[in-house]
Design a protein around this ligand. Structure first.
Ligand SMILES: O=C1O[C@H](COP(=O)(O)O)[C@@H](O)[C@H](O)[C@H]1O
Length: 232
C-alpha cells in the first residue's frame, strides 16, 4: 500500500494536527455507524497528542478506546500503556469514552491475551482509527525484531485478536493486536517524532526482511494507506 507523509513544524503542531485528523475520523465514524473505535499506542511519543485529542468536542460517549499493545503489567505500573492513556487521553471531554484494556488480571499473559481478544472483539472491525508508534529498532505495536511470536503476529492469516510477545528489547511480556487487526483501520497512522525516527523510517522503506524491521509489514502490506505524522 501507499503511505503519505504529513510534516509539522514542531511537536506541538504535530499533536494538534493529528488530534484534528483523528477527531474528524471518529466523528465521521459516529455519524456513519452510530459509534467509533480507536486503538492507540503507548511509549513516550503520544502524550501531547493524547492531551490535544482529549479536548476535542465529539460524541465521546459513543467512542471506544483500546490499545494497539500493552505490557503485562497492571494499570498502576508506570510502565503501563493503560495508565498513560488514563492520565492523558481519558480526561476532559474524552472522559466519556469507553476504555477496553488489553491487560487483564489473569494468571498468565496467554490467558490475559485470550480474555482481551474476547473483550475487544465486541468493538467490531475494522477500527475507525489505529495509531501506531515505532521504536528505533523498527518495531511497531509489539512486533519486535526477534520476538517470540513475530512470525505469527505479522502473518496476514493470523486472525484478528491479541497475542503475547516476548523479546529482548521489550522488557516485560507484551500483549499485542495482530497485523490483521490493525492493517485495515479506516485511518491508519504512524506517529513518529525526531530526526532519529525519520532515519529509521527511511531504512525501513528500503529493501530488507520484515523480521529485521517489523514496521515494514505495515508499510508494505497494510490494506489502508499509512498516514505518517512526523515533526523534527
Ligand atoms: O514499546 C513501545 O514503544 C513504541 C514506541 O515508543 P516511543 O517511546 O519510541 O514513542 C510504541 O509504539 C509501543 O506502543 C510501545 O509499547
Amino acid at each position: 500500500m501507499t503511505s503519505k507523509l504529513h510534516t509539522f513544524e514542531n511537536g506541538a503542531a504535530l499533536a494538534q494536527g493529528l488530534a484534528d485528523a483523528v477527531s474528524s475520523a471518529l466523528a465521521a465514524g459516529v455519524a456513519a455507524r452510530g459509534s467509533a473505535s480507536i486503538a492507540v499506542s503507548g511509549g513516550s511519543t503520544p502524550k501531547a497528542f493524547f492531551q490535544a485529542l482529549s479536548k476535542k468536542d465529539i460524541a465521546w460517549d459513543k467512542v471506544t478506546v483500546t490499545l494497539v499493545d500493552e505490557r503485562f503489567v497492571p494499570p498502576e505500573s508506570d510502565r503501563s500503556n493503560h495508565g498513560l492513556v488514563a492520565a492523558n487521553l481519558l480526561q476532559d471531554k474524552a472522559a466519556a469514552a469507553t476504555f477496553l484494556p488489553l491487560y487483564q488480571a489473569a494468571p498468565t499473559a496467554e490467558a490475559a491475551a485470550d480474555l482481551a481478544s474476547r473483550e475487544t472483539a465486541k468493538i467490531g472491525a475494522p477500527f475507525d482509527v489505529a495509531i501506531l508508534g515505532m521504536g528505533t529498532d523498527g518495531h511497531t505495536a509489539s512486533f519486535f525484531p526477534g520476538g517470540s511470536q513475530l512470525a505469527r503476529a505479522i502473518d496476514p492469516a493470523t486472525p484478528r485478536g491479541v497475542i503475547t510477545m516476548e523479546a529482548e528489547g521489550a522488557g516485560e511480556t507484551r500483549l499485542t493486536f495482530t497485523f490483521a487487526s490493525l492493517q485495515d483501520a479506516r485511518l491508519l497512522v504512524l506517529h513518529i517524532e525526531g530526526e532519529g525516527k525519520k532515519t529509521v523510517l527511511a531504512k525501513a522503506e528500503e529493501a530488507g526482511d520484515e523480521k529485521d524491521m517489523p514496521i515494514r509489514a505495515m508499510l508494505r502490506r497494510a490494506a489502508s494507506p499509512v498516514q505518517i505524522y512526523w515533526a523534527p
